[in-house]
Design a protein around this ligand. Structure first.
Ligand code: 5GP
Ligand code: ZN
Length: 139
């Protein structure tokens, strides 16, 4: 399994740095975030080191996804929040601070004051289509 000796989440996965563990299986680990944005904020990681989604093995994403479903369901049952955001950052523009792929499971309450939402407003149809065309060329 790939690991980066300087990566904090690799150290947590290896057990050399402690965490408040929720769940683990062969490929993934779920643990409480040390700086929770709300009660119940936790993280799911593949144990293998992938910095971002761009380097991620599809099997690792699938395994992390299975654990996210399990953990998000447990958070919902235990804390009955009004909702849960799954969040995942890639790169500095997305405010990624730990370069080991991870998914935030973030319980939300109505009016909890977290500012990760945006107000939907209609886009320009022509611009949407033009940007979709640019993306499709790389698929
Ligand atoms: P990012 O900003 O990369 O999307 O999220 C990284 C998350 O990892 C942050 O929410 C941060 O609080 C959490 N974090 C960073 N270092 C540690 C640590 O040593 N232990 C735990 N449990 N969480 C950490
Ligand atoms: Zn790592």
């Amino acid at each position: 399994m790939t690991a980066d000796p300087n990566c904090i989440f690799c150290k947590i996965a290896a057990g050399t740095i402690p965490c408040t563990k929720l769940y683990e299986d062969g490929e993934t680990l779920a643990f409480m975030d040390i700086n929770p944005a709300n009660d119940g904020h936790c993280l799911v990681i593949p144990k293998a080191h992938f910095p971002t989604v761009f380097a991620l093995a599809p099997e690792a994403f699938a395994a992390a996804g299975r654990t996210v479903i399990k953990v998000a369901s447990a958070v919902q049952a235990a804390l009955t929040p009004d909702g849960i955001n799954l969040l995942q950052a890639n790169g500095p523009g997305a405010a990624q601070s730990v370069l080991h792929f991870h998914i935030h499971v973030l319980p939300r309450r109505q009016n909890d004051g977290l500012s990760i939402n945006w107000t939907p407003k209609p886009g320009d149809r022509g611009r949407i289509a033009e940007i979709a065309e640019r993306i499709r060329k790389h698929l």
